[in-house]
Ligand binder design. Structure first.
Ligand SMILES: [Fe+2]
Length: 475
């Protein structure tokens, strides 16, 4: 949901009722609409979904998330959720201080959010009706390279219905200054149970991270409020303190429809080509890097979307003045396993990747790991001149498939939860792929000289290639 479109208070209503053929279990013994709508989850509720706190909102903000805007040096976006008693949301922001100084008169700025009332009932997973208010704000006019504190709440004097103050830092005004981000493949399954430690370890290893990038399938069922609750729970204050971007996966879609929660709960740039891919296909300039999200699901499914995204990507890349270019999309250009080839996507996008010399393509979907480049023939070269584009497929959650060795791969892996720490300096992208234990699974440096010539240096990892069959009899 963008806070840029409407300056005033927009209160709309979306009723999303999904009925699926797999409705075998009985409906939960739901609370009355009035009770739930007011955020009171009484003891009378004993349904199949015991995780009240993960599903139901209250007056206290939850699911707070900062997103990158088109101009991260001077702005960020923030979204959060409350129950519907909170009809108007506010953000307060100030420059961080050594003590509570920022609370003094004249230090704080208050911004009114755009508020949307929202309902969904995910009957596919026997979830009850959830009524919520989603709040979205764009915080702009910020100074570059500066640490701010902000909080979100209902605007009242008391702290009770406000979040804590989060620290957040804007991007540097100096495009050449180093920065770093973390890339996650599919979280998707058992997110609270098994993904939480991955995002937490990544933050522990890189507390100065500038943003996070999620390559789709954040959750398993697009309308599952519990699963989205688990995703927000796992990241906790990291989601509010480190801005992120996300591209949708096939699990954020159902029968061609994007999750009804995507736009209310995220606040992503709206500079993509057409309404059908609003907030799923977009571009961000982060210092000296152009970051582009392609909506691969929409592209593969819909001819008009494919045509629009290809034309748009061509124009964005043709006018790109940034030194580095990273694409993210859920389906991989090169898959890691037989029968998972994405021909339509590759034929549409690969010519543009080659034409404009894209540096990194960060993907998900295959629930395995692989990283390499087009011309690699598996010769084990350490240094490669003119390597072109580096492609990566990764998985951060626990759902694991198998893969086959392919010529393009330098390193592959199975049965391994991974996150990638990527730091960008003036001349070099340093890439490291890590396990939840902090072990280095794969690494390379990509160096680009002033003329744009690239050298890829493949580095030794600590951990040898892991295969699923070493741990599990199941393919
Ligand atoms: Fe997936």
């Amino acid at each position: 949901m963008s806070a840029m479109k409407s300056k005033g208070c927009f209160v709309g209503a979306l009723v999303v009722l999904f009925t699926f053929s797999c409705k075998s279990k009985s409906q939960p013994n739901a609370v009355t609409l009035q009770e739930q709508g007011h955020g009171h989850v009484h003891d009378s509720y004993h349904g199949d979904v015991p995780a009240h706190k993960l599903i139901f909102p209250s007056k206290v903000p939850d699911r707070i998330i900062a997103n990158l805007t088109e101009d991260p040096s001077h702005s960020f976006a923030v979204n959060w959720r409350t129950d519907q008693r909170v009809q108007q949301g506010f953000v307060e922001i100030a420059k961080e201080t050594h003590g509570p100084d920022f609370l003094l008169e004249g230090q704080r700025k208050r911004i009114m959010a755009t508020t949307l009332t929202f309902e969904n009932e995910n009957t596919r997973d026997n979830e009850p009706l959830v009524k919520a208010a989603y709040h979205a704000a764009l915080i702009d006019g910020l100074e570059a390279g500066t640490t701010y504190v902000y909080r979100v709440g209902d605007g009242t004097e008391s702290d009770v219905a406000w979040s804590e103050w989060f620290q957040i830092e804007t991007a540097s005004a100096d495009a050449n200054e180093s920065f770093g981000f973390i890339y996650f493949g599919d979280a998707q399954n058992n997110v609270k149970s098994m993904w939480s430690r991955v995002i937490r370890k990544s933050y522990q290893m890189m507390p100065k991270v500038d943003f996070m990038l999620h390559a789709g399938d954040l959750i398993n069922h697009s309308e599952a409020n519990l699963e989205w609750g688990e995703w927000f729970y796992s990241g906790g204050y990291i989601h509010a303190s480190v801005p992120s971007i996300m591209t949708p996966g096939n699990h954020e879609y159902h029968d061609g429809t994007l999750s009804s929660l995507w736009k209310p709960q995220f606040n992503l740039p709206e500079n993509g080509p057409i309404d059908a891919v609003r907030e799923t296909c977009y571009a961000v300039d982060y210092q000296n890097m152009k970051l582009i999200s392609i909506d691969a699901i929409s592209l593969q499914r819909d001819e008009a979307s494919k045509a629009a995204q290809v034309k748009w990507l061509d124009s964005v890349l043709a006018t790109n003045t940034k030194k580095w270019t990273t694409l993210t999309m859920h389906y991989p250009i090169y898959s890691t396993a037989e029968g998972r080839d994405n021909t339509v996507l590759r034929e549409a996008i690969k010519p543009l990747i080659d034409k404009y010399g894209v540096d990194l393509v960060l993907q998900g979907h295959d629930h395995t790991y692989a990283r390499g480049y087009d011309r690699n023939k598996g010769q084990g070269l350490t240094v490669v001149e003119d390597a072109g584009t580096v492609y990566a497929v990764s998985v951060s959650g626990p759902k694991m498939y198998t893969s086959q060795d392919r010529d393009w791969m330098v390193k592959r892996g199975e049965f391994t939860q991974l996150f990638q720490i990527i730091t960008v300096t003036q001349d070099t992208i340093h890439y490291g792929s890590y396990t939840p234990l902090g072990g280095l699974y794969d690494a390379f440096d990509l160096i680009k000289d002033a003329k744009g010539n690239k050298t890829l240096i493949n580095k030794d990892a600590e951990i040898p290639t892991r295969f699923k069959t070493d741990f599990s009899k199941q393919e």
